[in-house]
Design a protein around this ligand. Structure first.
Ligand code: NAD
Ligand code: TDX
Length: 332
């Protein structure tokens, strides 16, 4: 891959992907990002000008998308509205960006015969019971719960339809919850780390027994690159690193690693329709493409992440008070 178009490359996973590609390959990268509240230009600071370009624009802008797709070898599509809580408050941009935006990209890659990788989530499968021995596999039925996950499910279906009906060369990946540097403070782990830094007690939704299957963002991005290079067009790959933990365990670990009493957190109002448990079976990706996660110890990965937030306060500080004010209005 000589030249990549990365949508949503100023967000959490996309910006880490850009760094990963520039550090680990010789490809050049153009980011297309609308620079919504979720983007952070600081995540793309000091990148080499001869290999990197940021285009501020919207994936729903068909003319702009067409022009950029026409001069790229492959598109890696991260851009989305990504926060479940926001999708409950205001679903509209989730529908237009996640569904219409993906449609716009599909039409452009179809016109220009360009390879696409579509980045999606395990949330399209709905949730599992806590004691269910099954995990999500590529044949699990789609059963999304929130406006966010329903919009991602719809976008996956569009990709599948464009592959089958128009021969578009696209792969899809459905990944579990990511953690690591450059994640917006609205999300669970950065919110709690930055609360502790601010002397505020972490906030646990409901009883806190909901399980998420955590993966370090670099492991996700290495898997995305592996699929782009070696995946079979038309196939779906599930990405996960066997990282199941309930939310209470995660908060207690953050408190312990930050030198606080492990019970120094508050229970707050639960999320409407809160999915109970996600768990990924990534056997296909491991066996067919040889990918393995490098961050196999969550405690170590979390410690490095905590250090990143301590060392990069100027990166997250501008978003913190508005984010907390929004949560406070909802009793969370
Ligand atoms: P994010 O919210 O941090 O970043 C999204 C980026 O997309 C932002 O930079 C934003 O400005 C940009 N964007 C939003 N609307 C746009 C539009 N209309 N046009 C152009 N750019 C637009 O999200 P993230 O957590 O980095 O997630 C990236 C992708 O990975 C999403 O597709 C998400 O569904 C998927 N995913 C996320 C996780 C996770 O744990 N965060 C797990 C699995 C899959
Ligand atoms: O303050 C909080 N307290 C809390 O208990 C917040 C913000 C969250 N939670 C809970 C809700 C979830 O059970 O923590 C868990 C993780 O919450 P989020 O960080 O909002 O992530 P989640 O809803 O699981 O979705 C994430 O993973 C899948 C990403 O935001 C999605 O984009 C991705 O598709």
């Amino acid at each position: 891959m000589r030249s990549l178009l990365v949508t949503g490359g100023a967000g959490f996973i996309g910006s880490n992907f850009v760094h990963w590609v520039l550090d680990n390959t010789d490809a050049s990268v153009t980011v297309l990002d609308a620079m919504t509240y979720a983007a952070n230009e600081g995540s793309l600071a000091d990148l080499p000008e001869h290999r990197f370009q940021l285009v501020r624009g919207d994936i729903r802008d068909a003319a702009l998308v067409d022009e950029l797709v026409a001069r790229t070898d492959a598109v890696v599509h991260f851009a989305a509205e990504s926060h479940n809580d926001n999708s409950l408050e205001g679903p509209e941009p989730f529908i237009t960006t996640n569904i219409v935006g993906t449609y716009t990209i599909l039409q452009a890659v179809r016109r220009h015969g360009v390879r696409l990788h579509h980045v999606s989530t395990d949330e399209v499968y709905g949730d599992l019971d806590l004691d269910d021995p099954e995990r999500f596999t590529p044949t699990t039925r789609y059963n999304p719960s929130s406006p966010y996950s329903a919009s991602k499910a719809a976008s996956d279906m569009l990709v599948r339809a464009w592959v089958r009906s128009f021969g578009v060369e696209a792969t899809i990946s459905n990944c579990s919850n990511n953690y690591g540097p450059r994640q917006h403070v609205e999300k669970f782990i950065p919110r709690q780390i930055t609360n502790v830094i601010d002397g505020v007690r972490p906030k646990l939704y409901g009883a806190g027994l909901n399980v998420r299957d955590w993966i370090h963002v670099d492991d996700h991005n290495c898997a995305v690159w592996t699929i782009l290079e070696f995946g079979t067009p038309g196939e779906t790959y599930l990405i996960g690193a066997d990282g199941e933990k309930n939310n209470q365990e995660v908060i207690e670990l953050i408190l312990e690693l930050m030198g606080q009493p492990t019970d120094a957190y508050d229970h707050v109002a639960d999320r409407a329709g809160h999915d109970l448990r996600y768990a990924i079976d990534s056997t296909k990706l491991r066996q067919e493409l040889g990918w393995e996660p490098r961050y196999t110890d969550f405690r170590d990965g979390l410690e490095v992440t905590i250090r990143w937030y301590r060392d990069h306060e100027s990166w997250w500080r501008p978003q913190k008070s508005a984010t907390e004010a929004k949560y406070a209005r909802k009793g969370q």
